[in-house]
Structures are given as structure tokens and as C-alpha cells.
Design a protein around this ligand. Structure first.
Ligand SMILES: [Zn+2]
Ligand SMILES: [Zn+2]
Length: 244
């Protein structure tokens, strides 16, 4: 029942913004979903980070090309993570609205301020040989929520960078505990063996899509499985990167 009311609420929200016009999500100013002033305050990802996984790196005089301790000790199977935003501030509320309050229609709107940056990042990839693959959700959670937000992010990314989505290629074969409730070490244990590829295939490049990158446990495990499944090169697109 609660789920039903959430959906109705989201429906009216969308209906009203369609007929009355859009209001800024952050300040309420009529006009656009994110007004020109609030765009400037978005937590765009910047600063010194690991060149592979975007973990923030502390310290002075850092030049580029630095890896974090984890990537040095335990190199991941992906080549690089790309994330346009930090998972912080009011953007966090927006992402949680998408995930838990049926506001899946916010996804195309949040791509508006990052579109050019995203296109530039993926420009170097060979489009004929690349595919976008969303991180799968467990069946139970997909039924409860009605959609997989990573799927919707993958669709939007696909429209922008013109790379096709491979649906149901990476699949979830083990039900796991919700990652949010677990410690760092527990997350790595929890996700082990959770994924499989539907059919082994030699794929040149995969862009694996997730909503929030936190410990990298999920993307590390998924990349390991994709590599074993015959993929050559893996990039990660995360809508947000948590600073941990
Ligand atoms: Zn605003
Ligand atoms: Zn790293």
C-alpha cells in the first residue's frame, strides 16, 4: 500500500510540473528543474582523486597519475571510473528521491548539466565495439521498486553517447544483503559471487553503469565477472561517487 501511495504521489508531482511548469528542485525558483544559480552549486567531481577509482587523495603537491592504496595493492579489472558528481549535499536528496521515492523521471533532468562533459569523456571509445551494461538489481528489489535505477541511467547515457545498452547480459545470481547496511569489509564479502554473465561473448569494451560508487566492491566484482566472460576493457560510469 505504501508503495502504491509513493507511486501516486510521484505521478501527481510529474503531472503538476508538466502543466504548471517546472520549478528548481533545489531552490523552488520557477523555470527549470535546476536553475542557473543552483547549477553552479552542484557538487561536480573535482580535486585530487585516484586515477582509476576516484577515491579522494589527501596531501599537498599531488600531481596527476596517482593511484590510491587499494588500487595499488589490489588492481581492479576496470580501467577507470568516470563519475560527474560527488554524492553529497542536496544532490544526495535528489538521488535518494530517484532510488526510494519513485522519482525515476529526475534521471534525464540530472543529465542536462553534465551532458557535454560526459560526451567528451566517452569520445575516445570505438562506438562499434562498445556496449553499456547496467549493474543488475536483485529480483526482489526490482519488484518492490518497480524499476532498476541503473538501468534508467544506462538508457540516458546511451542516448547521449550513442552506445547501445546490453540488457540482461550481466545478471544477478545471488540475493545479497542491502550494501548500505554493511561495513566496508562486509560489502566485499557480501557481493562475492553475486553476478554472472548470461552468455560468454567476446565484447571489446563495456561501460558498466551504477548509480552510486561507494567502496567499489560492486564494480570490482562485476568487472571481474565481465572480464572472465570475455570482455576486453571495462570503464565504469557512476552517476555519483561517495567520498566514503
Ligand atoms: Zn535553484
Ligand atoms: Zn583507486
Amino acid at each position: 500500500m505504501y508503495h502504491f501511495f509513493k507511486q501516486i504521489n510521484a505521478f501527481f508531482d510529474n503531472f503538476i510540473s508538466f502543466w504548471i511548469g517546472e520549478k528548481c528542485y533545489f531552490c523552488g525558483e520557477p523555470g527549470k528543474f535546476i536553475c542557473d544559480i543552483c547549477i553552479l552549486k552542484l557538487p561536480f567531481l573535482e580535486g585530487n582523486t585516484c586515477i582509476k577509482c576516484l577515491t579522494p587523495l589527501q596531501g599537498a603537491n599531488l600531481n596527476n597519475n596517482l593511484l590510491c592504496g587499494e588500487c595499488l595493492k589490489n588492481p581492479p579489472d576496470f580501467k577507470q571510473v568516470y563519475a560527474p558528481f560527488w554524492y553529497e549535499g542536496r544532490l544526495k536528496d535528489l538521488i535518494q528521491d530517484v532510488k526510494f521515492r519513485q522519482r525515476y523521471y529526475y534521471i534525464p533532468k540530472i543529465f542536462v548539466p553534465i551532458k557535454e562533459k560526459v560526451i567528451n569523456f566517452f569520445k575516445t571509445l570505438d562506438l562499434r565495439k562498445s556496449f553499456i551494461v547496467p549493474v543488475p538489481l536483485s529480483k526482489a528489489r526490482k519488484i518492490l521498486r518497480g524499476y532498476n535505477q541503473s538501468h534508467l541511467i544506462a538508457n540516458e547515457l546511451s542516448k547521449i553517447v550513442k552506445i547501445p545498452v546490453l540488457y540482461n547480459y550481466l545478471i544477478k545470481v545471488k540475493e545479497i544483503k542491502p550494501m548500505m547496511t554493511l561495513s566496508r569489509e562486509e560489502r566485499f564479502k557480501n557481493i562475492k559471487g553475486a553476478f554472472s554473465v548470461a552468455k560468454k561473448n567476446s565484447v571489446d569494451t563495456i561501460i558498466l553503469v551504477d548509480d552510486i560508487i561507494t567502496t567499489t566492491a560492486t564494480i570490482r566484482e562485476a568487472s571481474y565477472v565481465l572480464k572472465k566472460g570475455g570482455c576486453n576493457e571495462i570503464y565504469i560510469f557512476g552517476l555519483c561517487r561517495a567520498k566514503n
